[in-house]
Unconditional design. Structure first.
Length: 136
């Protein structure tokens, strides 16, 4: 019984390479439709208007809620209706799903939002002391 439960927990968490393509970087500009700060990964839902005026909803996977909050990402800093630009990598399955690395706000601030990336987490600015790797 215990083994079955552990299998379900382990399969619920995935690596970047299992779902996302490091060779397909993407930049999306749109309006925040919803943000869910839930474990194990938070999600941002972005409405992107295409050249034809059609709106497409993109599902943007981010890091763990606790790490995002420490980096300044919360429902107040990235509110519903805000114009943002998301940088990330497309899903291998071709869906409108992205693993984000950064969110740029309309005021120019960039927030590191990624759980991981093709080379692991890379912050766009100074790394907070609790996010630095241990000294060797």
């Amino acid at each position: 019984m215990l083994g079955l439960g552990l299998t379900q927990i382990v399969s619920a968490h995935h690596s970047f390479a299992a779902e996302y393509d490091a060779n397909q970087p993407i930049t999306l500009a749109g309006k925040v439709a919803r943000i869910d700060l839930i474990s194990p990964h938070a999600w941002l839902y972005l409405d992107v208007t295409g050249p034809d005026g059609a709106v497409t909803r993109w599902n943007v996977e981010m890091g763990a809620p606790n790490s995002l909050i420490r980096r300044g990402i919360n429902k107040n800093s990235v509110p519903v209706g805000a114009d943002v630009t998301v940088e990330g990598y497309r899903a291998k399955d071709g869906s409108n799903t992205v693993n984000s690395s950064a969110i740029k706000l309309a005021d120019g601030r960039a927030l590191f939002s990624g759980p991981s990336g093709p080379a692991g987490p890379v912050a766009p600015g100074p790394i907070a002391p609790d996010e630095r790797p241990p000294a060797q």
